[in-house]
Design a protein around this ligand. Structure first.
Ligand code: 5U1
Length: 670
């Protein structure tokens, strides 16, 4: 069926809008619309392209994961080699670099551009007449691998350049990397499934980009920053590197926003120190700074030595990975009773900080890495995360080493430990009987996002629990100056200060209080949802599991944990004692208004025509409904769009009312 011109025009318009939103989101880091609106545009375009397949173009935003898996990577020859960079490991080497440049150019001071050096994988993207035609890895600098099918799945890589004036052939160079958060999630999921984890974001990025099946790459959180150009034909580019970066951004390419123009070597070093101080706060890993002479004419004059340009240098940060020895493997017990093996290490300086412990996560992870006492290991410390053992240096293993075994009883309270089938975590069942869990529960109660008791740190809690002066958070409010003064490292002044902090902490909010109780599965977001839904602690205590599940995003597992917590007499007593001690929060301003769909649970299945599922979900929730993922007897309505799944059959089986889209629209508009 040939698409009518109105449909063709609509598809073109949608593509334009989606490309604009991609540019705002990836190129400018400044999204113009909420995700739901973006999804709606994509869904509309997908539907048009499904109905009129001749409308599909290779660079349509719907075609990012179009290619079939490859049998092997093709080789790509880089017409202009992808050079490497010389390194400087201290300031003196940077001063030397600048001196050499000054001498060659016969200049007193040179303008540079300073940029973060991303810890990822260098790539080249080839645009012909504005269309992405090839993406390749650096390889050995002369020949790389053709990873076009995977580059296309990275949202930050435009399939088509924006604007005008780009040269007919433009090769862009940059770095594919995996942001920290995405990396942590990827490894967490792998750990949960007992799969292989990546040692660091760089390996994760490389492993994800070098996949023969683009669907795997598409599921990985890859990002891209462009930092230069390769071959450019018949088009004039600006004559400064800084202006080229600005121009690339205008054409829709993502450029790291941290780059700066700096003056002379003093400017370079000031930039380095500033970035180093902020390094841990950046959402991606960097391993140094690159300085480049800004003027292209000067770059040309300087030329190259062997495989590196004379006009650029990488000033590396101190290493984040070092070798050390495992002195012992001990098991720590956390707030929820989880047993975590921790490697005690021979102290080693990693990235400027002395590391003595590294987490080994769980029994599976220790087995997979086969870490043993006496082993020489690579430890890694990145940003604020807890140091990790990356791998064992096999050749240095002592002859008498024995594999680690998880204890069968809690090392702190000797209670039984359990590892539920299908879970990676082993837990002590001792609950608050276990000193370790008690300490952790009190520390959590006092933490900044909970009751925020300033000055109540782990050394203090350790002493208070060990001396049995504090058994539960409620005991904190019975402390006095005399008791506190008797503790190590506690003078009268500190004791008075801590009591004042305890007094201040009594005025809190319901959501902080709920979070502070440390109920399993109740993090900050859930505590907030509960506080909003029930408005008072009394209403929450009275709620059964069905009622609890009416709060947004609370499913049966969380509801069961909340009920189990409050059914425990001991927990109710702690809550009551805390309130008796004066812990309070503002009373609900007015009774929680019952919205029209309060108490109703909806399940959505199939494709809706007039709105995305996300939009339908948000609108139902705004009217007080709960939107669940699966159909049960508690479901009030199942909304069935086009091509509904098995949920519709299940609804029919259970006799749940089924609404078609029209009925939903009608309900929402009422
Ligand atoms: N930010 C940045 N990273 N990086 C790596 N710029 C940059 N430039 C490079 C490399 C290898 O090379 C050019 C200077 C040739």
């Amino acid at each position: 069926m040939v698409a009518p011109t109105s449909v063709q025009a609509r598809a073109a318009r949608l593509r334009e809008q989606i490309e604009w939103h991609n540019y705002r989101y990836y190129g400018l880091d400044d999204p113009a619309v909420p995700d739901a609106e973006y999804d709606r545009l994509m869904q509309e375009l997908r539907t048009l392209e499904r109905d009129y397949p001749e409308l599909v173009t290779p660079d349509s935003p719907t075609q990012r994961v179009g290619a079939a898996p490859l049998a092997a990577f093709a080789q790509v020859r880089h017409d202009l080699p992808m050079l490497s960079l010389d390194n400087a490991f201290d300031e003196a080497e940077v001063v030397d670099f600048d001196r050499r440049i000054g001498e060659r150019l016969k200049l007193g001071q040179v303008d540079y551009v300073a940029e973060p050096k991303l810890d990822g994988l260098a790539v080249s993207l080839r645009y012909e007449h504005g269309h992405l035609v090839c993406g390749a890895t650096r390889g050995d600098g002369y020949t790389g691998e053709d990873v076009t099918h995977n580059i296309r799945t990275i949202g930050a890589a435009p399939l088509r350049l924006r604007g005008k004036g780009y040269p007919p052939l433009l090769e862009v160079r940059g770095e594919v990397f995996m942001p920290r958060q995405g990396f942590a999630r990827l490894n967490e999921r792998a750990r949960e499934r007992g799969g292989k984890t990546f040692a660091n974001p760089r390996n994760a990025a490389a492993g994800s980009l070098r996949q023969l099946d683009p669907r795997i790459t598409a599921g990985r959180p890859l990002d891209l920053f462009c930092y230069g150009v390769g071959v450019v034909t018949a088009g004039a580019l600006p004559d400064r590197h800084s202006d080229i970066l600005l121009q690339l951004r205008e054409w829709g390419l993502r450029v790291c926003p941290e780059w700066r123009r700096v003056e002379g070597v003093a400017g370079c070093l000031e930039y380095y120190r500033g970035l180093q101080a902020r390094r841990a706060a950046l959402p991606y890993e960097i391993d140094g700074v690159v300085y480049k002479v800004d003027r292209l004419a000067q770059q040309q004059e300087l030329g190259f030595v062997a495989r590196a340009p004379r006009w650029a240098i990488a000033h590396k940060f101190p290493a984040q990975e070092e070798l050390t020895r495992v002195l012992d493997i001990q098991v720590q017990v956390g707030r929820t009773g989880a047993l975590t093996p921790v490697a005690r290490l021979e102290p080693v300086l990693v990235g400027g900080v002395t590391v003595t412990n590294a987490t080994l996560h769980n029994a599976d992870e220790v087995r997979r890495k086969d870490v043993r006492v006496g082993d020489t290991v690579i430890v890694r410390r990145a940003g604020d995360v807890i140091p990790e053992v990356v791998q064992v240096v096999g050749e240095r293993r002592p002859a008498d080493s024995r594999p680690f075994e998880m204890p069968t009883r809690c090392p702190v309270c000797d209670s039984q430990v359990l590892r539920p089938a299908g879970e990676a975590v082993t837990r002590c069942v001792g609950g608050l009987y276990c000193r370790a869990q008690r300490k952790a529960a009190i520390l959590h109660f006092a933490s900044r996002r909970a009751l925020d008791i300033e000055g109540l740190g782990d050394k203090l809690v350790e002493q208070l629990v060990d001396r049995e002066q504090v058994q539960s958070p409620a005991d904190l409010y019975g402390l006095d100056v005399a008791t506190l003064e008797g503790l190590e490292r506690m003078g009268r002044k500190s004791a008075v200060k801590l009591l004042a902090a305890l007094e201040r902490s009594k005025a809190t909010t319901l959501e902080r209080f709920l979070y502070a109780l440390g109920i399993r599965e109740v993090g900050e977001a859930t505590a907030q949802a509960l506080a909003r839904q029930f408005a008072s602690l009394e209403a929450l205590l009275a709620a059964d599991e069905d009622r609890l599940q009416q709060a947004p995003d609370i499913g049966p597992v969380v509801a069961a944990q909340i009920r189990a917590f409050f059914q425990e007499a001991h927990n109710r007593e702690i809550v009551q004692r805390l309130r008796a001690a004066g812990v309070h929060w503002p009373a609900p301003a007015a009774p929680a208004i019952d919205r029209p769909l309060t108490g109703k649970t909806f399940v959505l299945t199939g494709t809706l025509n007039g709105m995305t599922r996300e939009e339908a979900k948000a609108r139902l929730q705004a009217l007080g409904a709960k939107v669940a993922d699966s159909v049960s007897k508690q479901t009030s309505y199942v909304v069935a769009g086009a091509a509904p799944g098995s949920k519709l059959a299940r609804a029919r089986q259970l006799g749940v009312t089924v609404l078609e889209e029209e009925a939903l629209v009608e309900l929402l508009s009422r």
